[in-house]
Structure formats: C-alpha cells, structure tokens
Design a protein around this ligand. Structure first.
Ligand SMILES: *[C@@H]1O[C@H](CO)[C@@H](O)[C@H](O)[C@H]1NC(C)=O
Length: 408
C-alpha cells in the first residue's frame, strides 16, 4: 500500500516535471487564457439561459478584495411585466469545480434555476472567483500567483458576502440562499458573521459540508494520502484547472492502472442514482471549472484534521496572520437560531458523509428541516433527472411556508 502510494507519487511528480521542462505547462496555461477571453456570447445568459426562453441579465460584483464576479438574474417573466411583480430573491451558490451554469444543465423541467424562475422567484446566480464566468480583478491578472491566493474562506467572506450584499441592495430585500457542496461550506462560514447573515431570510443547503473527516470517496482519499495539495503548491502551481493539458495529464497519470477511471465520477462523488449518462458530453462542455491549489489544500486540511476553521499556514505564519498558533474556527453555534434552515443530504454521498452531516447538525443551534435521500450521491442534488420531485418541490414548499413568497 505504502509502496504503491510512493510509486504513484513518483510517477506523477516525474510526469509533471517532464512536462514543465518541455514547456508544455506554459503552453497549456496560454491555451487556457483563450478559453477565458470574454465576448458577449461568452456569457452564461447567452449560452444557456436565454436560449431556453428565460429573461436573463448579467451584473458584475466587485468583492472587497478586488475580484470581479459575474452574477446573473433570471426570471420567467413575459415581456411587459411590471418590476414590482418580481418574486422573492433567491441566490444559487454552486460548489467546487462548478459555476452558476450547474443549475441550468438539465431541461427546464428538471433544473433548479429554471424551476425557481417558473415559480416566480427572482433568481440570482453566483459564480465564484476563478470560474469561467468570473475571472477579472481590479489589478491582478490570472497569470499572477496572487490571483490564486485564496481558499473557500475568501469565497465565503468576500465573494458570498459581496454577492449577498449586492442582491440585498438591488432588491431592497433579504434573500433566500441555496447552496450546494462548497456553496454550503461558504454559507455556513458566512452565516457565522452577523453582518452577512442579517441580509439572509433563510437557506436551503444541498449536500451540506462543514466537517469532512468522514469523507469516503476513494479517489479523493488517494489524493489526500499522496499529499497532492502540498506537491502542486511546492511545484509553484497555483491555478487548479483540470481542463488544461496539465490537468488532463495529471488525471491520466493518477488513473494509470491504479484506479478504475471509467467510473471516476463515482469514485469522487459516490454512486449517483439519477445521473443521465447520455448528457455527459454536454455537462463536460461546462464542467469542471478552475479553482485554486490553495483551496484544495484547505479542503484537504479539513479532511486530515476534522476541523472547520480558517486556512492553516503552520504555527509561525498562523501567529503572524491570525495572532494565534492555530487558525480560528468557524463556530456553527454562532449562526442565529432564528435563521430558518432546510437541509437535503444523501445516503450515497461520498463527500458529504452522513456522519459529518450529523456532526454539523449537532453544532447548529437551530433544528433545520431535513430531507434524507437514501440513494442520492453528491451530484444528484444538482443533476438528478428527478430532482424536482425528490428535492426541489420540497425546497420550494419550505420557502413558501415562510411567508407569501414567489407566485405561480
Ligand atoms: C437524458 O438525456 C437525454 C439527452 O439529452 C434526453 O433525451 C433524455 O430525455 C434524458 N433522460 C431523462 C430521464 O431525463
């Protein structure tokens, strides 16, 4: 076992090094910028949402640390509607290696973004820094190492905070937040902050994550055990992009003979009951989106240590950055008891493990409404072909139970 891990690490390291030497890494980065060049057609509204017959507009949110995030606003209002007819605002916050497109990848009858719009909600779609839709900064370029110097704690305290504040000021209203996976990590962390949570009416969390120490996904555990996070940072790789030549080579070398990559998705997310395999090519047009190596490292720290806290720089730098040897924790008991929460989790979810979900629930002061789906894996919560009846109808019932929100 130990030997095979070492062999994999060596193979992998050699492979990366030879590509670095061959200059292919630099070439792949350049190719990647092509993909990221913006034109009016290269927007989420133009590509996925308007073609389905929905009204969609694009906004740019500037975070307090200078990132420029794309935010879409979607409704199914016919032309000639009155602005006052807009329903209650709902923010959709995607997970790791995904972006706002993830909420619109199935048919309008199956996808949460479209379904909420059909129910009259004023749907806002978040896209975190570094994703295909949100890659600008006031002073940094993607080539700069500092551009990728963040983890989910910045996504929570700058991106999510900035997005929530923007919607709040545009609509003059508190909003509903829907998060999936990393979107729930961001939500839990942000909701511990009084100045953010006061703008939130209620939240629905899909595959909720705050603790990760019971993660069971074999592929992820393999990467954790071989210290992939430390390795890529030590090699000076700060952007984590599986669409680059470099990222594809990495996956190839990891998979070579050691793991059945025919079922890579299952070995990362758990067995998904209702994944429409014939849409795979379409999904791969959009996913995966880039993230940062530092973010991966932060997530791996959570898996190794079982903590829900800020990024661990090591004792000395922690002392400088945080004034304490250990990184400060995000204390779930600081989330106000008065915030209505609705949580859906799955028995086959290899990332949001049931034991970890129970740990999260124990630390919350409120008792969220729970929906347990025994045969749901991590991706089913977004892409299941029957998520509407299994999950979304219940979620919408929860939102509507809180007051006279939305209309049909
Ligand atoms: C699966 O995807 C195919 C191709 O887009 C589509 O024709 C089919 O209706 C989908 N199946 C279900 C159950 O939604």
């Amino acid at each position: 076992m130990a030997v095979s891990v070492v062999v994999v690490s060596l193979t992998f390291t050699l492979c990366i090094l030879c590509h670095l030497v061959a200059g292919e890494f630099a070439a792949s980065l350049t190719g990647n910028f092509e993909l990221h060049r913006r034109s009016p057609e290269d927007s989420l509204c133009a590509q996925l949402i308007r073609p389905a017959g929905y009204t969609c507009s694009e906004y740019t949110v500037q975070t307090s640390d200078g990132y420029l995030l794309a935010l879409q606003r979607v409704s199914s209002l016919r032309p000639g509607y009155l602005r006052e007819q807009r329903g209650h605002p709902v923010l959709l916050q995607h997970g790791l290696f995904m972006a706002g497109d993830g909420w619109f990848l199935n048919s309008p009858e199956q996808s949460l973004g479209f379904i909420l719009a059909d129910h009259g909600f004023d749907v806002w779609v978040g896209n975190v820094r570094g994703t295909r839709w949100s890659h600008g900064h006031t002073s940094l370029s993607e080539e700069d190492r500092e551009f990728w110097d963040w983890s989910w704690q910045e996504l929570a305290l700058h991106d999510l905070a900035g997005i929530i504040q923007y919607i709040n000021s545009m609509t003059n209203s508190k909003l509903f937040v829907v998060g999936h996976s990393q979107g729930t990590i961001m939500s839990f962390a942000a909701f511990t902050q009084p100045e953010i949570v006061e703008m939130v009416e209620a939240a629905a969390l899909l595959s909720p994550i705050s603790y990760l120490d019971h993660i069971s996904a074999p592929f992820v555990l393999r990467l954790v055990n071989m210290h992939l996070d430390q390795m890529i940072l030590a090699m000076g790789i700060h952007q984590l992009n599986f669409r680059s030549d470099w990222g594809i080579n990495l996956l190839d070398s990891l998979c070579d003979g050691h793991l059945d990559c025919n079922d890579m998705l299952t070995s990362i997310t758990g067995e998904n009951c209702c994944f429409n395999i014939s849409r795979m090519d379409f999904y791969l047009k959009y996913e995966p989106h880039p993230s940062s190596s530092k973010n991966l490292r932060h997530l791996f720290q959570m898996i190794r240590k079982g903590t829900f806290c800020k990024y661990d720089y090591g004792k000395i730098k922690n002392l400088i950055v945080y004034g304490w040897l250990k990184p400060p924790v995000f204390d779930l008991s600081h989330i106000p008891k008065s915030l209505p929460l609705w949580i859906a989790y799955g028995g086959n979810d290899a990332l949001a493990d049931v034991t970890d979900v129970q740990h999260t629930l124990k630390e919350l002061r409120s008792s969220p409404e729970l929906l347990y789906l025994e045969n749901y894996g991590h991706v089913d919560f977004i892409l299941s072909w029957k998520a509407k009846e299994d999950i979304y109808d219940h979620m919408i019932g929860f939102f509507k139970s809180l007051g006279n929100y939305g209309s049909s």
